[in-house]
Ligand binder design. Structure first.
Ligand SMILES: [Zn+2]
Length: 63
């Protein structure tokens, strides 16, 4: 167990973007609340707009 081969290229500095996109495709978005739009005219209700910081996908949730 003493012979530990160092990782090629040294320690990883950044996470590859492809990993984030994969997560998005699987439905694991990184949601951030968009405070600019909090009123849904169609529903006539206050909603919270959430936007994925990785792919820009948006969703609305009732406040
Ligand atoms: Zn996403």
């Amino acid at each position: 167990m003493a012979d530990v081969i160092p990782f090629p290229g040294g320690p990883r500095k950044k996470k590859p973007r492809s990993q984030g996109k994969t997560l998005c495709k699987r439905g694991f978005h990184k949601w951030a609340i968009d405070q600019n739009k909090q009123f849904d005219v169609k529903q006539g209700k206050l909603v919270t707009i959430q936007r994925c910081v990785r792919c820009g996908f948006t969703r609305t949730t009732l406040s």
